[in-house]
Design a protein around this ligand. Sequence first.
Ligand SMILES: [Zn+2]
Length: 499
Amino acid sequence: MKRLVIIGMDGMDWPLLERFLPRLPAFSRLAASGYGGELEAIFPPDSIPSWISIFTGLDPSHHGILETIDYFKKDAREFSVDTGAFRGRTFWDEASRAGKKVIVVNPLMAFPPWEVNGIMASGPVFISGETATWPGSAAQELELPALGGIVDFPDQKDLAGFYDKTREETYAIVDFTAKLMERRPWDLTFVTLLTLDRILHFFWRYYDREDPTYPGPNRHEDRVADFHLFLDKCVERLIEAAGEDALFMIISDHGHARRPPLLFNLNQLLMENGLLESRIRGPKLLSPRYHVERAKNFTLETLHRLDLEDLSYKFAHLFPWTRKLKRKDFMTSPRANLATASGFGGTNPFGGIDVSRQRCREEGVEYEELRDRIIGLLLRQVDKEGHPCFLWARRREEMFAGPFINRYPDILYEMQPRYGTNWSLHLPLITLNPRHRKISGGHRKNSVLVAGPLQNWEVVPEKLTSLNIAASALSWLESGAESGRPPAAGESFLRRKAK
Ligand SMILES: [Zn+2]
């Protein structure tokens, strides 16, 4: 009987993990007995669409969930997605239906938990509510850990406390999962730890000496390495609980690297090329909007230079206009524009541009021709060193084909890692990212797979994508079973070695 433990590590990055590997006995052992390397994540490499693609084997144009988490938004606490898009369609649902016993703990966004053949425990992300289990009485003898919820946004002075609390909360989830594994029958255990991503977002610049905001030798310098060492102990605890015969698959939803220290003001580029109208009419200097926008950018940059960013978050709520300023359309009116920078990728090197078909018709511009023109415009942008700013720019149809493809912006792109998308107008094309100190780590496209012991199985490198995790899990689990039911989507990257 083949058993499988999948550990989801949000934001785990292969180059980082590889660097620490000599100090990580559990990870090293698993990698040496099977596979360790990069896995191709989905586009955009954001947690919510990525995890749902991992659960279902479907890309976002097929499952339709493209929401992203924006830490800077005040309304983030009311955030939720429609679980109807994937409830009952995940790999653990498939395994349940094939008669496998499952233990599922903390899958992102899969709340409230639903009926499975075994136990499912999850918590709300951002929205209010308590950790819950299916069946309701499932873990009565155990103390339920806090699951879901990502709401902490620590100040610089609170970072040490934030780190300790994060470790404690993470270990509570691991220990809860291990105890369930020790007390119940299971074929598949799937547990997700969301906390590495947060550690990397907030501690990156203390670790990375090349980061422009690296403060010099500091007391947080080793947090990134330490947290990996801590996660290795978590893996060890789960190996102990699983016994000898289980396959371990450690996966992440996207990688992590330095967040762009520079911003590319994409709406400015579109405006300079006559594709976007600023809402400022008449002479610039008479417009209050113009002054508010300039004042905001000046204030943020000054606070950044003086290392006082925490202050800007403290005082933001005191000024009623600051909330309005966060809306990406403050300076532009999307309906008035042929093309607008989309908010869908956040302040990251990847993103998209919305093109209005209605405005195309009104202006007598051919939609496809305009998309070509914009793609050409992006690809022609070079920085001071003469390097192209954009690595690629494509029509969404070149990448996706599902029924929800319209949820993607009309044009998709990826820039050099040092540029993040920004929406401000009346600024140079490239400016400093004034929020880099606050969140200095950012998402990267490639994620992680560490799988072992693989025994007489092997990994097929060309099939290593997030979309194939569900199929791989099912092919492993069902290899000994009679059901042979094909998974909903994707292809297995695990196969038996030829004799
Ligand atoms: Zn993530």
